[in-house]
Design a binder for this molecule. Sequence first.
Ligand code: NAD
Length: 266
Amino acid sequence: MVKAVVTGAAGRMGKRIIGIINDTQGIALAGAVERQGHPFVGKNISELGLAGKDITLASGIEDVMDSGDVVIDFTTPDTSIKNLETAAAHKKAIVIGTTGFSTAQRSQIKELAHKTRCLLAPNMSVGVNLLLKILPKIAKTLGDDYDIEIIEAHHHLKKDAPSGTAMRIAEVIASAMERDLEKVAVYERKGITGERDRHEIGIQTIRAGDIVGDHTVMFGGLGERIEITHRAHSRDTFARGAVKAALWLVKQKNGLYDMHDVLAMR
Ligand code: NAD
């Protein structure tokens, strides 16, 4: 039985991850962690409306780390880096779903992953990971004659923009097209922008209501356009992916992995 510690346990994703752990064979909840000062800290997780184990919400990962084999972390970038450091010090595996890391933080994650097993993915759904696989091929086939625009939409409580998934989509397409994303990404347009440069990759953000997560990649040509869309209907698709990743990761060697490794899409 794999024992999991969930950080950000009272968050939108944390709650669903605990729900999926309870419904999945071979994995059990060993600890649940929230930020200091969270009103649920010290209470039983059943008070969060979560069925299952008799677990008290802890305010420090150190308090529960040794009871688990793997941490599942959907929190904030600073918290995830600290949790990765702690996981590495305790030789525990860690699945990180948090988005919004800076370039420096991503380098830090790469460095720390030498010391433990770490899986980092801005989107844990099967559908988005399949898109990440096929979009570079489509972009390359269409070539420079098709304008590339990425449009993402999420709920109004999301803290980072553009979404980590939109940025990952932009990265894989830019890399396939041999373009430097730093130079070609255009995040907003207003006023007299001039004609569109054919190498631009537009990344547009929408925040509205309770949208779980939509991503569209538009390839606009002359006389036609292709639009490829993924829509997440529920957070369970990400939570299922995270639990699957945790079960897979505990059996691996130290290093940095992503969902393509878990889903055998390499
Ligand atoms: P949320 O704000 O509902 O949940 C985050 C939780 O982390 C909150 O409960 C918060 O109190 C807690 N937290 C903050 N600091 C903490 C600390 N120091 N220790 C412990 N807990 C702490 O947000 P959410 O919608 O659950 O999303 C969380 C992250 O996951 C975001 O970065 C989001 O973009 C990302 N996300 C990733 C995927 C994916 O598939 N990879 C899917 C959905 C969301």
